[in-house]
Design a protein around this ligand. Structure first.
Ligand SMILES: Cc1cc2nc3c(=O)[nH]c(=O)nc-3n(C[C@H](O)[C@H](O)[C@H](O)COP(=O)(O)OP(=O)(O)OC[C@H]3O[C@@H](n4cnc5c(N)ncnc54)[C@H](O)[C@@H]3O)c2cc1C
Length: 454
């Protein structure tokens, strides 16, 4: 049975409680519309810190916040746990797995992104991806299990493969993972596994292009700039092996196979090479744009359904300036947050009775980008000159790391999460100890059988 909007006010349904969805919710909070947030998770995830969960730096509860806690200050907001599988535009109903359809007056799709395998979906089965808390925990479990197995593996080749972590993709996520794993091995595992020779361990970052960190490259230039070179040398000093211009052809059990015929034995292969719009985009009857993203007009609406908005990673809207090129807005938290605010403001205009006049076009204020390269090193770029500047509106090393820490703490939801993260990072910085090296999910709780084989 379809739900009835008892208040008689417009009902706004928001799919996804990520950066974009929460921004819609906060802008509409305590306004004269009813809001229902729908998410397949009961938490909002702070994805920029997922790599910390995968590398034993933070526990998952520190980067996730219960949605019901976030909606508490707003009397007009409710939450429904559910996996959205489609939409019936004609009858204004959202289709949710194992649930009645949900009526809406206005709908916002903010379902984020998914991993992309460049048409080679076999890679999905053989590699680990890191798009949510469950996946980050799986990677952490995999790495911890591989080193436990290596500890009693007598065959040197098998042992080396168990002690090799291959990261495909030299973007910000690949860089963050590589730096943190290099530290995990050289500081923590060296003490945890005294019987293993850590010279046999390796962290390998594989990139198909000639440089790492493409989003930080200089427009129109193919060669690495100072910032990219600085990150590459910091990673190499930490012990990361970087393979450039090495497209991956396939991944088999225990090895990465390259286009040029080379092979890298590795039991842990993490895919951080491609991203596309959320899989939900395939089910909403819209012809998708580049990157499997949903095309929207400048007010963030679907062209044929002005009561439906799409924002954040899922949305395709051109207008982002990069050198002399104009491209689609990138998949970044700030884009999703700013789109969420704009979509909500436009919904308020429509809900107040406007037939479309008075809507505001989306415009993006670029606050810059940052990536961390392990303890004490990061890079930050700003689109406008910054006060403390180094190079071209850019900071590197410790000043950038301090700024990275400050920004991430500020944007984390909840004071508990902020304090726990600050404590963990301080502890880790002074003691070189990544505290959450815990292996979970090794046994079936009912049968007590080991689920991870020896
Ligand atoms: C590992 C990683 C690191 C990142 N680092 C940075 C960074 O340093 N800086 C930066 O700016 N950006 C970073 N990003 C990108 C940033 O997180 C995204 O741009 C941002 O989260 C997009 O916001 P969104 O609201 O569009 O989607 P999300 O924040 O991803 O939220 C989508 C929500 O939709 C829900 N959902 C998805 N499908 C369904 C469905 N079918 N039914 C119900 N609910 C659904 C999900 O559970 C999720 O809660 C990173 C992303 C990842 C994965």
């Amino acid at each position: 049975m379809a739900q009835v909007n008892r208040s008689g006010r417009s009902k706004v349904v928001v799919v996804g409680a990520g950066f974009g969805g929460l921004s819609v919710m906060k802008t509409l909070g305590n306004k004269s519309v009813d809001v229902l947030l729908v998410d397949r998770n009961n938490y909002h995830g702070f994805w920029p810190l997922l790599y910390q969960v995968a590398t034993g730096g933070l526990d998952s509860a520190s980067i996730a916040y219960p949605i019901r806690g976030l909606i508490r200050p707003y009397k007009n907001v409710d939450f429904q746990l559910g996996n959205v599988t489609g939409v019936d535009y004609a009858n204004k109903k959202l289709i949710v797995e194992n649930s009645d359809p949900i009526d809406y007056d206005y709908l916002v799709f903010a379902a984020g992104s998914a991993q992309f395998y460049f048409g080679n979906d076999a890679l999905a089965e053989k590699t680990f991806s890191m798009k949510d808390v469950d996946e980050a925990e799986q990677i952490r479990n995999q790495v911890l299990t591989a080193f436990e197995k290596a500890n009693h593996e007598s065959d040197p080749q098998k042992r080396k493969a168990l002690m090799t972590i291959a990261i495909v993709g030299g973007g910000p996520t690949g860089v963050e993972l590589a730096g943190a794993y290099a530290e995990l091995i050289s500081h923590d595992f060296r003490k945890d596994f005294p019987n293993l020779d850590m010279k046999e361990a390796s962290v390998v970052m594989i990139e198909a292009m000639a440089t790492i960190l493409l989003p930080f490259s200089t427009p129109g230039k193919t060669e690495a700039n100072d910032l990219q070179r600085s990150v590459q040398s910091t990673l190499e000093k930490k012990g990361v092996k970087i393979m450039l211009s090495k497209p991956v052809k396939a991944v088999e059990d225990g090895a990465v196979l390259f286009n040029d015929g080379d092979t890298l034995p590795a039991e842990t292969v993490i895919w951080a090479a491609g991203v596309r719009g959320a899989l939900l985009g395939d089910k909403i009857d819209i012809k998708l744009q580049r990157g499997a993203r949903v095309p929207v007009n400048e007010f963030l609406q679907l062209e044929d359904h002005p009561e439906v908005f799409v924002i954040g990673d899922m949305a395709y809207l051109e207008g982002f300036k990069w050198g002399d090129r104009t491209m689609a807005y990138p998949m970044l938290a700030q884009v999703a947050i700013q789109m969420g605010k704009q979509a909500a403001q436009n919904i308020i205009v429509l809900a107040s009775g406007s037939s479309g006049g008075g809507l505001t076009k989306f415009s993006y204020y670029d606050k810059g980008s940052m990536a961390v390269v392990g303890r004490g090193a990061a890079i930050v770029t700003a689109s406008k000159p910054v006060k403390i500047k180094l190079g071209q509106n850019a900071l590197t090393k410790i000043p950038a790391w301090m700024m990275w820490l400050g920004v991430h703490v500020m944007f984390l939801e909840g004071w508990r999460n902020r304090w726990v993260s600050i404590f963990n990072w301080t502890w880790n910085t002074f003691n070189k100890d990544r505290g959450t090296r815990v292996l979970t999910g090794t046994r079936d709780a009912k049968t007590q059988k080991m689920e991870i084989s020896n």
